[in-house]
Ligand binder design. Structure first.
Ligand code: SF4
Length: 210
């Protein structure tokens, strides 16, 4: 049994749902694309299902994509077959009219997805936009949005703990009210109800690759 629902998802009111295979490199790349862009999504690894669940999932995929190929991605009413990053970028509203992603576009996208989870942008807007531009730069450099305040290994598997939002954000915001970089803060921190302290590095030193 392997229905792999990651988390409830909504992108500007449009749910993102993917039918995938756990073994497929295109499906893995599509999942990574969503993670790298801070998109909440649900996915079902159809190959991990058995019996009636598997049949139901195959029927669902066929209804959207008669060839039943993977990944089959639903963004609201739009169906995207395959890991077509250009179409995904358009459908998710990641591209501005002029072409590449802008800090303003990223700000709006992340604000909509992260605030409902209790993660707010710092009130230091200049600092926030510096970090957002750095995230976009790291995406261009490495292919993933590595934390701007940490040394990347240029290896997405190795750096998976520091792809923004990093694995340490929850603990940092809970304990200090802010993530390590000062991009995401708690509501109390933002409203001045929490002491603003230095956030020490939580990532183990062994993760720095020489
Ligand atoms: S410390 Fe903050 S900015 Fe850096 S990756 Fe974590 S959440 Fe993102």
């Amino acid at each position: 049994m392997g229905s792999s629902l990651l988390k409830g998802s909504e992108m500007a009111g449009r749910k993102v749902k993917m039918y995938t295979l756990s073994t497929c490199s295109h499906c893995k790349a599509a999942k990574r694309f969503m993670v790298d862009h801070g998109i909440d999504f649900d996915y079902t690894d159809v190959d991990l299902l058995d019996g009636a669940e598997r049949m139901r999932a195959i029927r669902e995929v066929r209804a959207y994509n008669p060839a039943c190929t993977f990944p089959t991605i639903l963004i609201g009413d739009e169906v995207i077959v395959g890991n077509d990053e250009s179409r995904l970028t358009e459908a998710l509203g990641l591209r501005e009219a002029g072409g590449g992603m802008t800090a303003e576009g990223l700000y709006e996208m992340l604000r909509k997805t992260q605030e409902p989870k209790g993660y707010h942008f710092s009130d230091d807007r200049a600092h926030v936009f510096d970090l957002l531009r750095a995230l976009i730069k790291n995406k261009e450099r490495y292919g993933y949005m590595c934390c701007p305040c940490r040394l990347a290994a240029d290896d997405p598997e190795w750096d998976s703990d520091i792809i923004c939002p990093c694995a340490y954000r929850e603990a940092d915001v809970t304990e200090y009210g802010s993530c390590y970089c000062g991009l995401y803060v708690s509501r109390a921190w933002k409203e001045g109800g929490e002491e603003r302290r230095y956030v020490p590095e939580r990532r183990p030193a062994e993760k720095i690759r020489f």
